[in-house]
Write a protein that binds this ligand. Structure first.
Ligand SMILES: C[S@@+](CC[C@H](N)C(=O)[O-])C[C@H]1O[C@@H](n2cnc3c(N)ncnc32)[C@H](O)[C@@H]1O
Length: 297
């Protein structure tokens, strides 16, 4: 069995993962930036005689060094995530609300994407690749109305607004809704509102063409099967026939087996068909993508 630092480093050296994602995976095994840098230094012997490998290792070291403050931030946020995950079975949505309120106050961009390490340029690049994915697949188009479930700071709401008829975000964290609302206040076809995490009661039946869940569905999965199925039923209700439910990361579980089992369960219970399953289309972000189309009925 390969250790996390070993496999994350090998993927980076082979060009199979981005710098931010490699750093994020490596961090789970080290107490701080110094320990990580020390590990990278001791890994030099692995790339002796391999010019490309040595250059990639040096680039990783430089990236880690340049993002020292971001590393400290991510470690702090990681600890809050871990504590929240432990509390979640007992406290449910309240835990998520408090977690994301707290994260938003610490650093809005790292709060929605740890791998951004608080670096706005990294987050912008990640946003750009998500938008390209949505546009290339025809998911965004000028006539479509989009609902983003778990909109966070509204970076995707803002970027999608120019490419579709309307974008509305819903989030359980009041602080996130505040930030998203401020971000889109000058965009007439974009808005954000508070949700309860369990239903979409504020949205009429068959009123949207796309529901996007970008890194929010893993939290829904953590809330348990009943909440997950209930919310997916709500997604099916608010979508028009032919509308799409786009999930970027279904869960944070290891491998895709259990996600696939859950997706098949949703498809067996609700009027969805699978359009795309378990792809990794992004260069920067390692999200696994799923698309379900709402059928008639
Ligand atoms: C990792 S952030 C991603 C935010 C945004 N989608 C993005 O990619 O920038 C996850 C967001 O989902 C929200 N969230 C988690 N569970 C939710 C639920 N059941 N309903 C609505 N929002 C939820 C959190 O409050 C948080 O703002």
């Amino acid at each position: 069995v390969q250790s996390v630092p070993h496999s994350a480093l090998v993927r980076w050296l082979r060009g199979e993962a981005s710098l931010p994602i490699t750093l994020l995976h490596l961090l789970s095994s080290f107490s701080d930036a110094d320990a990580l840098l020390c590990h990278l230094d001791s890994s030099r012997e692995r790339v002796v005689g391999d010019e490309v490998g040595a250059a990639r290792l040096a680039a990783l070291r430089q990236f880690a060094q340049a993002h020292r403050p971001g590393i400290a931030l991510v470690r702090q946020m990681g600890a809050l995530h871990a504590r929240a995950e432990a509390e979640l079975p007992e406290r449910g949505v309240d835990t998520l609300r408090e977690l994301y309120d707290r994260l938003a106050d610490l650093d809005p961009s790292a709060a929605v994407a740890l791998y951004a390490f608080g670096d706005a340029r990294i987050l912008d690049e990640a946003t750009h690749e998500v938008i390209s994915y949505l546009v290339d697949r025809g998911i965004l188009s000028p006539s479509r109305r989009l609902l983003e479930l778990g909109c966070g700071i509204g970076r995707l709401l803002e970027a999608c607004a120019a490419r579709c008829a309307s974008t509305v975000g819903v989030d359980v964290s009041p602080r996130m809704v505040e930030l998203a609302s401020a971000r889109v206040r000058h965009i007439p076809n974009a808005a954000a509102q508070l949700g309860n995490g369990g239903d979409l009661a504020a949205f009429a039946t068959a009123s949207v063409d796309v529901v996007l869940a970008a890194d929010s569905w893993p939290h829904v999965v953590m809330l348990g099967a009943d909440t997950m199925i209930g919310l997916a039923r709500e997604v099916a209700r608010v979508l028009v026939p032919g509308g799409e439910f786009v999930v970027l990361n279904f869960s944070y579980r290891e491998g895709e087996g259990r996600d696939l089992a859950d997706v098949r369960r949703l498809v067996s219970l609700l009027p969805f068909e699978i359009v795309e399953q378990a792809l990794r289309p992004f260069r920067l972000w390692d999200a696994v993508t799923w698309r379900l189309r709402r059928g008639v009925g």
